[in-house]
Design a protein around this ligand. Structure first.
Ligand code: 4NP
Length: 157
């Protein structure tokens, strides 16, 4: 692992929540002026259904409304991720279980809910918004901004 921090965001499909998390986190890192502390900021899914796809248009819309761009292409979690990334953040408990199930026993990466960095009163679980309305995507965005700011403060001060 490098001195700079590598962070991976993981959801199920890698088209709604985790590409949003990746883009929001990168934006918050830039706004905080701490980009030099981070080497890789990436996202992936535990499932393979959407591999090769752009993010869901509703994710793109929420990001765009907040001045954030994404050109992520969906990919599936792979074994080398456990070596490459210092932090692997799940969006919900099902993602967390799925990540831990395939994690090699000698991995040194920190695996947790991204929501473990949530402020009091903010739900730790980023609910799957895929089958819901646009408000679900807006809620994801607000949670991800909160978690990102708190994690950045925690790791780089
Ligand atoms: P994500 O959302 O895990 O936040 O990318 C989903 C996207 C697609 C599906 C489920 C969740 N799906 O079942 O196709």
């Amino acid at each position: 692992m490098s001195m700079k921090i590598c962070v991976l965001f993981v959801c199920l499909g890698n088209i709604c929540r985790s590409p949003m998390a990746e883009a929001v986190f990168r934006d918050e890192v830039e706004k905080a002026g701490v980009s030099e502390h981070f080497e890789i900021i990436d996202s992936c899914g535990t499932g393979a259904w959407h591999v090769g796809s752009w993010p869901d248009p509703r994710t793109v819309d929420v990001l765009f409304a907040n001045g954030i761009h994404t050109d992520h292409v969906a990919r599936k979690l792979k074994l080398t991720d456990f070596k490459k990334f210092d932090y692997i953040f799940a969006m919900d408990r099902s993602n967390l279980q799925n990540i831990k199930r395939v994690c090699p026993s000698d991995a040194k990466t920190h695996i947790s809910l991204f929501g473990d960095y949530g402020s009091a009163g903010v739900s730790k679980i980023v609910e799957d918004p895929y089958y819901g309305g646009d408000d679900g995507f807006q809620l994801c965005y607000e949670q991800l901004v909160d978690f990102s700011r708190n994690f950045i403060k925690k790791v780089v001060g």
